[in-house]
Write a protein that binds this ligand. Sequence first.
Ligand code: MG
Length: 447
Amino acid sequence: MGKLMVSVSGVRGVFGETVTPALALNFAEHFGILCNRKKIIVGRDSRTTGPAMFHAVVSGLLSVGCDVVDIGIVSTPTVLLAVEESDAAGGISITASHNSAEWNAMKFVDGNGMFLFPGKAKIFIDSLNDEIEYADWENIGILTTDNEATERHIDKILDISYLETEKIKKNNFKVVIDSVNGAGGLISPQLLSKLGCEVIELNCEPTGHFAHVPEPLNKNLKQLEEAVKLHKADIGFATDPDVDRLSIVDETGNCIGEEFSLLLAEDYILSKIKGDIVTNLSSSMASEDIARKYGVKVHRTKVGEINVGKTLMELKSPIGGEGNGGIICSEVHYTRDAPAGMAIILSYMAESGKKISELVGEIPHYYFAKNKIKVEPEKLDNIMDRVPKIFQDFKLDYTDGIKVIAEKYWIHIRKSGTEPIIRVYVESESAERSEELCKETINKLLN
Ligand code: MG
């Protein structure tokens, strides 16, 4: 049996094994109480187990007195935006994000339209065994439906002040969109059509029967690469099932790598608005190059979307995100939003008159290597304690694990939050050098 993963970002597992309707009911009841029994917005991705989860979640919320607004099959950023722009006290996105079809999960949204901050998430998790006081017949919640959340989300994206909508429209870009039969099949083609694109839909039926491994990594996007070549498209976009991660295929039919989604967005947005970049410690150092070009700084946070989003909000930065294709465009909201990312990338192409491969070519290229070591749980801290000594001649950052920062490379060493492993990430100017540094680091840690 797979295990149940409970973290600040929510709870996930394989449906019917660890994630069950009973679990969903319990989480929803306690979440409703955490939100003072006020209005909650609920959306879900396209998974086949979504309706079973949805009805359990709604039952839990109504039973403790929350009114519930069902916004249907939508992207996670649509749920976040719907909460932010309404008087709801919270939201639940029923999605296992990039995990495969047998998984399901819940992501919990606070009244400000962001995921629960770590402090509140802990209060929530600690409350899960408390006894429930149900609402009586007069105070039980009411369920209503809102079918316009996606449309409002699209409008908000089209309202981005620096988006060159008319220029995008004039280009009539030919775009292939691979939504992997996730929730993106609804929002992405609509948005692209509104931007005057000729849209070629690939896997845009929100059936939950994912057409390929749903994480938008290069190795899973062969079908999109072929389609871009076949249709001689200007660009291909791929999203994960809940549409917060964006990958790009260039006009030659090559995946450019998720890391470049954020870098392109940074480069474009900073040409429009000055402000610092916020990203996590494991995202590419090309962000520093881009920041230098515009005379701004890069703020690095702990890994985890909420950490990036919170810092972005505090600093009022215009752009940030994660190297896994998670673009946060502050004008829309402080959370990862793949449809917003698509609009920004198209605007960059339209305004520059350059092909996507040319724009990617202008961004400094670095190469990642990653590996992990499995160790006995009691040895974890011992190994981590030795890191400062091993790398005593380097600049060290202790924000999240230990990041060793050198002139032309970095090594990020951190304990996994869920398993007895230590992860090692490296980025340098060549693939070989990164692999070598990764291997050397692991040897040093084990000796
Ligand atoms: Mg996701």
